[in-house]
Design a protein around this ligand. Structure first.
Ligand code: COA
Length: 215
């Protein structure tokens, strides 16, 4: 038996998600293997199609392909930008397919983690204790999330970014590469924290902040 999954998005992030699934399968363990049926994408570039082929994976067609997916098929959103992933998630939600969660074997998850479906955790990511993650949250390579933090649906924490303890990142927040969010700060829905920024005060929803301290 295997768990079948379709990755939505052929671009680099989608192909990274594919690699995480391969690593999960190689690690073995109790979980049944995950079989990637292929990728769907409405407008894949020639380059991305070639790179998908090189993974020995299939391009299945447009996202509407999911309408005819075999019963039991799962989806995984293979798009890094939270706002785009949010749009895709709402659209794919119409097909009523469950979303798989994948955690790279070189990531660590602490005690009392609660998470929604579609979680993707990249290698080297670290989540400590009593963290709550919504649906389709993506924690990229070496990202960290500290104790008691709450990350709502579609949040992305980019490579090497650090979310401290007791933080709240609302829906579809992007924390850029190497950024830091200091303890207890709130970042409003749809906000972007620029790469290498340091968030020292709460960030209103829908805004972009950058720099040290982030403004
Ligand atoms: C902050 C950010 C959202 C701004 O994007 P943008 O609006 O397209 O910004 P631009 O590239 O047009 O730059 C606008 C100005 O901000 C500056 N700037 C851009 N990003 C910055 C950053 N992270 N920190 C400090 N200044 C930054 C630019 O130098 C430019 O300054 P100038 O007007 O004096 O020339 C973006 O640069 C960023 O950091 N995104 C995070 C992306 C990320 O993590 N990528 C990794 C993917 S794995």
């Amino acid at each position: 038996m295997s768990t079948d999954v379709v990755i939505v998005g052929c671009s680099g992030h989608g192909r990274e998600v594919f690699s995480i699934i391969q690593a999960v399968n190689q690690a073995g363990g109790d979980r049944e293997p995950v079989r990637v049926l292929g990728f769907v994408d409405d407008a894949p570039s020639e380059r991305n199609l070639k790179l998908v082929q090189r993974l020995d994976a299939a391009y299945l067609g447009r996202i509407d392909w999911l309408r005819t997916a075999p019963a039991g098929t799962h989806v995984l959103l293979g798009v890094g930008h939270p706002a785009v992933r949010q749009r895709l998630g709402r659209r794919v939600g119409d097909y009523r397919l469950p979303a798989l969660s994948v955690v790279h074997p070189d990531a660590t998850l602490g005690r009392d983690l609660v998470h929604g479906e579609g979680l993707v955790v990249f290698p080297g990511a670290r989540v400590t204790t009593n963290v709550t993650l919504g649906r389709h949250v993506h924690l990229n390579q070496n990202a960290t999330v500290g104790h008691d933090s709450l990350l709502d649906d579609y949040v992305s924490v980019n490579p090497s970014a650090a979310v401290s303890g007791d933080c709240h990142l609302a829906e579809a927040v992007l924390v850029g590469t190497c950024a830091a969010v200091l303890q207890g700060r709130r970042v409003g829905a749809g906000a972007t924290v620029g790469a290498s920024a340091c968030v020292v005060r709460d960030v209103p929803g829908g805004t972009v902040v950058k720099g040290v301290p982030a403004r």
